[in-house]
Every structure is written in C-alpha cells, then in structure tokens.
Design a protein around this ligand. Structure first.
Ligand code: ADP
Ligand code: MG
Length: 601
C-alpha cells in the first residue's frame, strides 16, 4: 500500500514537473531522462549481471545514428526508423556480448571499451554518418498532430517510455531472470550447478544493454534532431559509469537517481567541464572506497552498522521436518562411472575410477586429502570433462555435459567450501534453485509479463514450504554470511534439495559441524534417501560414514582401492595402509565395530 502511494506521488510529481520549469530547464530534464534510461541498461549488465560493459555509449550511438541515417538518407519515417534502430542496437549488443562468452572482468572491460572506440572512429570517418560534422535535419517525430519539437511535449513521450523501461527493469531484477543474473555475477560456477545457462545469460545481459541503449538513442535523436560523434565518446561513457557507480550499480532505482543527479550536476558545471571530469573521478573513487553499493546501498550499510553495535544475529536453526517416504525411480542404477581418468597437466587426479551406485543408496566416498574425491564430484556434476572414461546417469550417457544440463537431469551437489550466493538472501538462494526453467523461458518477459509474476508467486510459496521443512524460516531474509557455519551448511543442503534431484552429491557436509549438528545431518540424509533420492557423500567423519552409508568406496591417489559395506572396507589392509601417515585417524577394527553397533541400534 505504501509502495503504491509512493509510486502515485512520484508519477504525479513527474507529470506536473514541466509546469514549474522554463524552456531551458525542461531541455535539461529531457536529457536527464535519456541518461536515466541509459543508466538502467548499464545497471542491468554491469550491476545486476556483473558483465563489465564499457560499450553502453556505443549502443546509445547506434540507436541515434540508425534513426538519423534512416530518416535523412533512406527516407524512412521517424517511428519505423526507431523500431529498426532498437533492433540494430540489440544486434550490436549481441555482437559486443560475444567476447563475454570467453572472457570476464577487466579483459571484458578492455574489449568492450575497444568496441566503443571503434564505433566513434567509424562515425567520425564514415561518409554515411556525416563524418565529424554529424547528421542534422532529423525530422520531428510525428504524433497525431502533437508538436514534438516542443521540449515540453517531448518530455511526456520520454516520461512514458521511461516509466515502461523502468517497470520492465524492475520486473527483470525482482524475478527469476534477475536472480539468475545476480547469482551469475556472484559465482558463475555455482549458478551453473543450479541450472543457470551461463553463456545465454551473459548474452541476455548484453541484449538488455543494447535494448536500453537503443531506446535512449531514438529519444535522443527525436529530442536533439542532430547527432555527432562527440555525444557518444568516452567522456560520456565515463559520465555514465559515474552515474551508475554513484547511484549504486546493483540497484535499478539507484542507477536512476545517480543518472538524474549527475545530469543536473553536469549542467550546473557546464562552464567548468574540465574540472567537472576531475570532480566526477574523485567522487567515484570515494564512493568505491566508502560506499561500494553507492547511494542505494547506504541504508543497508547503516543498518549493518547498527546491527553490529547491538550484537549481531542470534539465529536459531529450527527442526527438520522429514520427507514423506517414496519409492525410488524404477531405474536400478542411478550412476555408473566407467573407467574415468582425469589428468591436470602432469597430475593424475583420477586413475581409471569405476563405481556403480544403485538407486536409493547412500554411498560413502572416503580417502585421504588429495585422493581425488572432489575431482570425482566435479566430473559427475559436469564441472570437469573427464580425460577418459564415461559417466552414465540412470542409464543415459552424461559424460561432459554442462553443469546446468546435468542439474536439469537431476544432479544436485553441495560444495566442500560452501558456495552460497553472498549477495542473495537465504530465501533468494532457495528461490534460485527451485526455478527449473530453461533460459528460453524468458520470452515471457516480453510477451506475457503477468505470467512471470504468477510463476514468481508460485516459487515464493514453494520456498516458504522448503524453508519451513529445513528449519530455516527464522533466517529466511538474512544474508548467508551473517549466519553461523552450521546454518550455512543446512542452507546449502536445502538449496540442493530445492532442485528436486534424483542424485545428490554431498562434499564433506559435516565439516565444521558440532556433534549435535552431525546427528541432525545424518537424520536429514536418511530422510532424503527414503524420499527416493540417491545420495553420494564424501566424508572424513568416520563415525558418520560407518553409521550412514550402505556402501563405501575408498579412493587413494586417484584410484579405487576398496569398495564394499562400511565394516568390511574399514578393516581392508590397503585402506588401513592408505590412512597411515595421514593426519586423519585411521579407522581400526574397534572403531568400526563401535560404529556399526551405533548404526544398528
Ligand atoms: P580430495 O577432494 O580427495 O581432497 P581433490 O579431488 O580436490 O582431492 O584433488 C585431487 C588432486 O587433484 C589434488 O592433487 C589436487 O591438487 C588436484 N587438483 C584438483 N583440482 C585441480 C585443478 N583444477 N587443477 C589442477 N589440479 C587439481
Ligand atoms: Mg575434496
């Protein structure tokens, strides 16, 4: 309700604004809105999706120049030219996005910067783009007899485009697509394991960038009706970057505030533009150092400060509510690893490893540090391609498939060193995993946005259920890093189960847990198995392995040295020998017997 009231007030204020402004001031407002649309596009790629994009100003230029060329040279009407211009900018976005498939961070920054420079060079030299003089005489956009050469009336066209652009960006960021983009920014490997198609998502980010750049470009062409290379140069790219960083790049509203604020400051400092550049640079540095999330992040920073003073969170784990037992799938073998070898340069991490895991089993994988256990998980879950050998999932070939594909085929995993998305709340971590759609699903954003909202609501309902089942309701809106380690481990387990897997891979899930937490973990894993899921667990805690696992496979130096029921394996001479000299306590006959006793109690 409060939100609706705020939106209404903002809309009315924006609608009435021209009544209080003179002719020049309204022109400044018109330019500020164009910058705001550009900043939203940059915020989506750079802030939300984490793709360094220094070509935003070129998308802007492509939009404006396409309108200019098509209307003045090719005789197109303004609006037809505009549609083509937005499409051209989107295609340009795809082209600029291609390098992002191969490189990230500063490399991507340099490449996109190079492409932006190439664009200004091209328009400065190409005859068709009017060279350095640019193109004037762009026609006034026609609109039912309304004279859009008036800055006042054009303001309203811009306002409507801006409102739609803003609403769309907010829809994207607060729904499955935006969550995947943010997860990709945080940790693209973990996002892939949860079903995010990283290459397509990166392209999507650049498509959005091209779309917003193109939109801003056509508004610019309609407003100024003149384009020249210097409007799309690196100085303006820098200004845009400053807007997004100062406003808060991961917040769309922050980007808008930053853009409007700096557009006004730029206007005020027009006579001292050399010093202004220096000023922006200084402010950007200060923001990066003291408020990395920009203006939009300040309230959160203050709250965190207060929380620290009042002594942090004392979050409590709730009880786990067991799953209903269900028969496992009819397929008898959940996983068949056949003679898998994985070599890293000279090092053989896995050496002809074979293992067969029947459906509905809890299989333990043990072995000294560095024996290749995690590497085996990485091969099964698609993080590494095996050098030789094959992986068969429920009777179907799965060797070398991408992690997101395997995740859709029912493989879920946790990581030895927790990989929760730190910038997402606990709830969002689960929402992300519950969303099992392919990236192609996102055409609904363009055509049926209300379906997206409906799907989002359904995800929220199922997340609430899952939070409650895993005893996480109390910490649902916390950031994972603010929580005790035991709770973080529980969250990762819940996140893996959110994918409704057929095969669950747990990499040292008891590491760092206290005795009571380990007991709870054993109960949870048993319940997961009883619900029909096959579980493979890498574990150093021998008591847990002995009591929990139906069968244990022992790895040493990348080779399987023993495989069988826990009590037999524990006393196998090769196993005892492999553990001698390792920091971990070797299992003896006594501990094995004690554990078996505990298990059968
Ligand atoms: P474990 O999980 O059993 O402790 P790992 O599977 O993590 O062991 O590692 C097995 C061996 O493979 C180690 O010697 C490790 O250094 C090596 N290794 C693992 N991943 C890589 C990698 N990405 N590049 C090079 N070597 C690796
Ligand atoms: Mg490991």
């Amino acid at each position: 309700m409060k939100r609706v009231a705020l939106i209404a007030i903002a809309a009315i204020a924006a609608w009435l604004l021209p009544y209080g402004l003179g002719g020049y001031a309204i022109h400044v407002a018109d330019v500020a809105i164009i910058f705001a649309i550009l900043a939203i596009g940059l915020g989506l790629t750079m802030g939300v999706a984490g793709q360094i994009n220094l070509a935003q100003v070129a998308f802007f230029g492509v939009g404006a120049y396409t309108v200019a060329i098509l209307t003045t040279e090719a005789g197109f009407g303004f609006w037809t030219a505009s549609v083509l211009a937005v499409l051209t900018a989107v295609v340009f976005g795809v082209l600029v996005g291609i390098p992002a498939l191969r490189m990230q961070s500063h490399y991507l920054g340099i490449v996109t910067l190079g492409l932006a420079l190439a664009f200004t060079n091209w328009v400065t030299n190409a005859h068709i783009a009017g060279r350095a003089e640019g193109i004037s005489d762009i026609p006034v956009p026609p609109m039912f007899g309304i004279d859009l050469s008036s800055g006042y009336l054009f303001y309203y066209v811009e306002l409507i485009v801006f409102a739609i652009a803003l609403a769309f960006a907010l829809l994207v960021t607060r729904s499955p697509l935006g969550r995947r983009l943010r997860a990709m920014r945080d940790d693209d490997l973990a996002a892939g394991a949860l079903g995010a198609e990283i290459p397509l998502l990166r392209m999507t980010a650049f498509v959005l960038s091209g779309l917003y750049g193109g939109l801003a470009g056509i508004l610019y062409a309609g407003l100024i009706r003149f384009v020249a290379p210097e409007s799309f140069n690196i100085a303006n790219m820098f200004l845009l970057l400053a807007m997004v960083i100062i406003g808060g790049r991961s917040s769309i509203l922050g980007c808008v505030v930053g853009a409007i604020a700096l557009a006004l400051v730029r206007e005020a400092l027009l006579d001292a533009s050399g010093y202004a550049q220096l000023g922006y640079g200084l402010v950007v540095v200060l923001v990066v150092v003291f408020a990395p999330k920009g203006l939009a992040g300040l309230p959160g920073q203050l709250r965190a400060l207060l929380r620290r003073r009042t002594g942090g969170s004392r979050a409590q784990l709730g009880a786990f509510r067991p799953y209903d037992p269900a028969p496992a799938s009819a397929e008898e073998v959940a996983l068949d690893v056949r003679e898998v070898t994985k070599r890293f340069k000279g090092l053989v991490a896995l050496d002809k490893v074979s293992l067969t895991v029947p459906t509905g089993q809890i299989r333990g994988i043990v072995g000294p540090n560095g024996s290749g256990k995690t590497t085996l998980f990485n091969v099964i879950s698609g993080f590494y391609d095996p050098t030789e050998g094959s992986v068969v999932l429920a009777g179907r070939e799965a060797t070398g498939m991408a992690p997101y594909r395997l995740s859709l085929r029912g493989v879920a995993r946790t990581f030895q060193n927790l990989r929760l998305f730190e910038d997402l709340s606990v709830r969002e971590n689960l929402l992300l995993a519950l969303d099992r759609t392919r990236t192609t699903w996102i055409w609904r954003y363009a055509v049926l946005p209300w379906k997206v909202l409906g799907y989002e609501r359904a995800l929220h309902r199922r997340t609430a259920e899952l939070l409650e089942r895993f005893g996480l309701a109390e910490v649902a809106d916390a950031e994972p890093r603010s929580l005790p380690y035991g709770i973080q481990r529980r969250i990762e387990l819940a996140r893996a189960m959110a994918m409704s897997p057929a095969l669950l891979l747990l990499d040292e899930p008891a590491a760092g847990l206290n005795g009571e937490e380990v007991r709870q973990l054993a109960d949870i894993v048993r319940s997961i198995r009883d619900s029909g899921v096959t579980v493979i667990i890498i574990e150093h805690n021998m008591g847990l392995v002995m009591s929990l696992c139906d069968q244990v496979t022992v790895l040493s130096s990348g080779r399987v040295i023993a495989d069988g029921p826990p009590a037999e394996v524990a006393v196998h001479p090769d196993v005892v020998a492999a553990y001698l000299g390792d920091s971990m306590a070797a299992p003896t006959e006594e501990t094995a017997e004690a554990a078996v006793e505990e298990a059968t109690r």
